[in-house]
Design a protein around this ligand. Sequence first.
Ligand SMILES: *Cc1c(COP(=O)(O)O)cnc(C)c1O
Length: 372
Amino acid sequence: MSVSVSSPPAQAGAVLSIDLDAIVANWRSLEARQGPACRAAAVVKADAYGLGARPVAAALAAAGCRRFVVATLDEGLTLRAVLPGAEILVLSGPLPGTAAAFAEAALWPVLNSPEQVADWRALAARRDRALAAALHVDTGMSRLGLSAAELAALAADPALLAGIDIRLLMSHLACADEPAHPLNERQCRRFAAARALFPGLPASLAASSGIFLGPAWHADWTRPGAALYGLNPTPEAANPMRPVAQLSARILQVRDVDAGDSVGYGASYRCAAPTRLAIVAAGYADGLFRALSNRGCGHFGEQPVPLVGRVSMDLTIFDVGAASPARPGETITLMGPGNDADAIARAAGTIGYEILTALGARYHRHYLGGAA
Ligand SMILES: *Cc1c(COP(=O)(O)O)cnc(C)c1O
């Protein structure tokens, strides 16, 4: 089955294809790697890393995934509308004044600070019922989360957690993509100490890369995002995940240029020999980073074609070679086999996460597979 949303393909300059079956296969392979005692909650924040939270979450739910993770209240509300029965964790927790909206939609806030704990406890008291939530302890990231001392204070005084139905104790790894980094062991030890304060409470430490550190990091729930979407969770080794996203843009114009002609803004590229250029309908407004100027590449069919000159807002230029049969209306693959998001990120000096989440809204989105 294949479903199309967004602008019609014939009207869009570029098409983003998203393989929902590959996302489901990736989720299953991560769960298989963890063994039966540990489940994987699907992280679908930032619109499922730019690939579409609604279709992605619906496909995963149909495949048996029952727990999802988003970053913000808005994302939680959007997801709740699609998945009425799923468990939805919201990483940012409640901003002041928003706790009631969490409860109304049965979203589980991740409580990151004593203030958020107090907010949630106060709401539970007003509603006179237990309200589910997760507790986040910081073990070395110095980002969100309770300090070890704040967590110990909560464990020592049950009144501070009155009315809070804690479903999960979680923490987040800072260096999981570098298996030899000493912080991985340290965070694992600190998390074990935190867990000892709440015996029997389900726990979660690893995101995508953490799953590959081994069973000591698995706990009861993992929280993969990137690996579901085909990014390599093991940057020091071959990518074990199935590719998910492919991006191709239409050629608007083909032009022949002479040796010495310059290309694009700033004349930053000069043709060494006569050649043929293909001008393609996607630019930095579509997430094709300007940092890829004179560094990126595309594929015309199987043939790699270098990106020349600066990426502009709506247009990008490729040197397809003097004898190229490329014609207007045909496509150049900007992301796909041989040039995945991780490879593009290396050329742009960033990480695949940023490439995916920067994908713009102008593409025609084409979803392959998923539940009927
Ligand atoms: C984004 C995020 C994840 C998912 O991380 P990936 O590396 O994409 O798997 C998991 N947990 C937390 C707290 C996050 O912020």
